[in-house]
Design a protein around this ligand. Structure first.
Ligand code: ATP
Ligand code: ZN
Length: 213
């Protein structure tokens, strides 16, 4: 069996298309099917695994996948930033605090004692600590932006790109907690052979990035 590098990418979501495009632009061909969990390239020693984005850092850390593409927000939330090889420049977004637009807000101190809903408790906790704010963090896995309107929380901390979702839920962005983009990550104990394939892949990624500029 020839040695292959196993790449984990998001199966379906906001990272998927740009991740696949990057690989294709690297001249790496593969047949993708939404029904399959795994595909092999026909012209490069790469195998692609399609996973939920939240599972990618753990699978790469454990060596189930050798490398992966994931948002820094998920990577840092899971405490796996040491796996980072490099930032990829797409899927740019930010993790922000937002409050109902009718709430009077002067500074972050206004969040003291408040209940804040988020899917990113670790990133939020670190930020609040840094700012000297004590609040109750309420972790929920989705639909965070509706939490204030249903009385579940007084503020939220969620991913924002244009801000239109916040506005349509009657919220205003008040603080930026974390800036994120997609990152390439790698297992820390790759074999010599796999490391060489990764070097070849990085060489192509850099060429694609130069051509995009
Ligand atoms: P999964 O089903 O894989 O768990 P998900 O619903 O958790 O998917 P997505 O909404 O597809 O995740 O977002 C994946 C990643 O894309 C986020 O973690 C973030 O890094 C980035 N992202 C999220 N929202 C945006 C956005 N509006 N614009 C750009 N990038 C975004
Ligand atoms: Zn997810």
């Amino acid at each position: 069996m020839p040695c292959m590098l196993r790449l984990a990418i998001q199966k379906s979501g906001r990272l998927s298309e740009d991740s696949l495009n990057l690989i294709r632009e690297c001249g790496i061909s593969f047949v993708s099917s939404s029904l399959k969990l795994k595909t092999e390239s026909t012209n490069f020693p790469l195998e692609i695994l399609y996973l939920r984005d939240d599972d990618i850092p753990g699978y790469v850390a454990d060596g189930v996948a050798d490398i992966g593409i994931v948002g820094e927000n998920v990577l840092v939330e899971e405490g796996k930033q040491s796996l980072t090889v490099e930032k990829l420049g797409f899927s740019k977004c930010r993790l922000s605090l937002a409050v109902p637009k009718t709430m009077e807000y002067n500074s972050i101190q206004d969040l003291n004692g408040k209940n804040i809903a988020t899917s990113y408790p670790n990133l939020l906790k670190a930020y609040l600590q840094e700012q000297g704010v004590e609040a109750d963090i309420h972790t929920i896995s989705g639909s965070v932006e509706i939490a204030p309107s249903i009385g579940l929380a007084e503020a939220i901390c969620d991913i924002v790109s244009s801000g239109s979702t916040l506005i349509s839920n009657g919220l205003k962005e008040v603080e930026r907690v974390f800036k994120s983009e997609a990152a390439l990550i790698a297992n820390e104990e790759l074999s010599e052979e796999k490391r060489e394939i990764l070097e070849k892949l990085l060489f192509r990624i850099h060429a694609v990035q130069r051509a995009r500029k």
